[in-house]
Design a protein around this ligand. Structure first.
Ligand code: TEU
Length: 555
């Protein structure tokens, strides 16, 4: 049997605060805006919120470059606003999990400013500051590349030193081998847990341990992985040790949940990181399902849901009762999954409902991303000037300097740009979707006129109504949380059928993963049809419409 836990039963909702709701008309989402919209989350039926970073930051990577871990970004509001948000979330019986970004800090964090200025500073060993190589140190210390284009090293000629940054040139990697740095991070985490926060999502936490000596990356692996040096920090030598200390000294005393964001860990390492007897993390976000084999986010291709089926079946079988995974399809780092599967407007609602069904009926903790619940899709960006994401802008500049025309470079960025998921949340059909009375920091393409919360709430066949019904079904059927999961091998190709079984009965899920009708034999008479995503013929209808999902229950 599975060990019960609130975070196994909860449906989470991820809020990207910059784009969620603006209360003061400056065009930037803020904490009071979130408070004003909490009842939308109660209506939807979610149990917990993952709040992306709201700490003081120069916003080079929209808050994932933290300047002060214990202060609120002025544009988002004050610490009093945060305390009010936490109280309002708890008053509604929900929980709040924050983002812990400690693989790196902003280059404007006092620790880094000190470390750079004074080689004898106690903060010097908090970072990877190294002399250059080549004559007069004019070459970086190794060949590692950044996830955000270019070298992973920033040169400070005036200090005759280079600083490591796996991400943007303003996100400086922390050296987790240095015990006093770990102690400062642990004290900061406890400070937030003392305020009553219910846990954290740990940003790229599998990157925090780097191989000593920072050796060069194998160019062959770099070619394969598209980033050079990953083998020296992806699940590095002391990762498990550091996670155990973090849990022992920060999370365990508060019984706080630890959710790891672990790009690329796969199944076996994912099981190690979340094994309930290992004392490391409680659950992880794995990314194995996000791209088709041989594809990366920036490749413009139609995502085949049979790939999602293959990967999720493997994960669901492997994770069993002793490990736990986060189930997600959308987040702030990826285009909208609906658009990757089928960008044609005619299929938009069916695809959105199908994806929700899969995410909310498999075993694991579902994380819904803002806008997914109403079926928001990729934006019709037409110019690089409309984009804001540092990853996209760096990639565009890199393509242009490599000789691409403006149009070629734009095409090379648009398919994978994270900005698709960062346009303003669509609350109503009014200006800017009711997100702001001012000019938003990033513009949507007007889709809010046809896709927004207000109109969806009035339509019982809406994507929103479907999410609400599925969440209610989860609450009514413990089998969907703690039950076993068995995949029907006789269902081939695009027809996907699986059942969840528990003491309270059984839930059978039938999905058509294609844009064409599929025959399927209806289940036996003891199954009652609970939900059907595409309106149509009677329940005995032996054909599923394009992208149709059905959920049956048997007591
Ligand atoms: O994202 C990490 C992440 O997903 C990258 O490692 C990704 O795999 C890489 O871009 C290769 O495609 C987290 C945050 O979610 C993201 O918003 C931040 O930009 C990033 O870390 C740095 O903090």
């Amino acid at each position: 049997p599975v060990t019960p836990a609130w975070w196994k039963e909860a449906v989470f909702y991820q809020i990207y605060p910059r784009s969620f709701a603006d209360s003061d008309g400056d065009g930037i989402g803020d904490l009071p805006g979130i408070i004003e919209r909490l009842d939308h989350l109660v209506d939807l039926g979610v149990d917990a919120i993952w709040l992306c970073p709201v700490y003081d930051s120069p916003n080079d990577d929209n808050g994932y470059d933290i300047r002060d871990y214990q202060a609120i970004l002025a544009e988002f509001g004050t610490m009093a606003d945060f305390d009010r948000l936490l109280a309002e979330v708890h008053r509604r019986g929900m929980r709040l999990v924050m983002d812990l970004v400690v693989n790196h800090t902003s280059d404007e964090h006092p620790w880094f400013v000190e470390a750079l200025r004074d080689p004898a500073s106690p903060y010097r060993p908090y970072y990877f500051l190294r002399p250059g190589t080549g004559e007069d140190g004019s070459e970086p210390p190794n060949n590692w590349t950044s996830f955000f284009s270019g070298s992973a090293w920033r040169h400070y000629p005036e200090h005759d030193v280079w600083a490591l940054h796996l991400f943007s040139a303003k996100q400086m990697d922390l050296d987790w081998d240095h015990a006093p740095m770990r102690a400062d991070v642990i004290a900061m985490v406890r400070w937030w847990l003392d305020k009553g926060v219910d846990g954290f999502r740990l940003d790229v936490v599998n990157y925090i341990s780097k191989r000593r000596g920072l050796p060069n990356g194998n160019p062959m692996i770099g070619e394969l992985m598209r980033f050079t040096g990953v083998e020296h920090y992806f699940a590095g030598p002391r990762l498990h040790e550091h996670l155990r200390q973090l849990r022992r000294e920060a999370f365990a005393p508060y019984d706080a949940v630890a959710i790891g964001e672990t790009p690329g860990v796969g199944i076996e390492l994912g099981k190690l990181l979340t094994g309930e007897d290992r004392g490391e993390l409680d659950l992880v976000f794995s990314f194995d399902h996000l791209e088709a084999p041989g594809k990366v986010r920036f490749d413009d291709y139609r995502y085949d849901l049979r790939h999602l089926r293959r990967v999720l079946e493997r994960h669901q079988r492997a994770f069993g009762n002793r490990s736990w995974s986060a189930l997600f399809l959308d987040n702030h780092d990826n285009p909208r999954m609906v658009s990757k599967v089928d960008p044609r407007p005619a299929h938009r609602e069916a695809v959105a409902k199908l994806l929700a069904t899969i995410q909310l009926t498999l075993r694991g903790t579902p994380f819904l991303y803002q806008g997914q619940e109403i079926g928001m899709v990729n934006q019709a960006f037409t110019s690089i000037d409309q984009l804001r994401d540092v990853e996209s802008l760096n990639r565009y500049a890199e393509l242009r300097s490599a000789g691409s025309t403006e149009q070629e470079a734009l095409v090379g960025v648009l398919a994978g740009s994270r900005d698709h998921a960062r346009t303003p949340m669509a609350w109503d059909a009014g200006p800017h979707g009711g997100f702001t009375t001012g000019v938003p920091w990033i513009e949507g393409d007007g889709d809010h006129a046809q896709c927004n919360v207000a109109d969806s709430r009035a339509d019982e066949r809406s994507v929103l109504a479907w999410h609400r019904a599925l969440i209610a079904l989860r609450r009514a059927h413990p089998a969907l949380v703690y039950g076993t999961v068995e995949f029907d091998r006789s269902a081939r190709g695009h027809l996907w059928r699986y059942r969840r079984s528990g003491d309270d009965g059984e839930v059978l899920v039938v999905c058509n993963l294609s844009d064409r009708p599929r025959r399927c034999r209806p289940p036996g008479p003891d199954y009652a049809l609970a939900l059907r995503s595409v309106p149509g013929g009677g329940t005995a209808d032996a054909r599923l419409a394009a992208y149709e999902a059905r959920v049956y229950v048997r007591r």
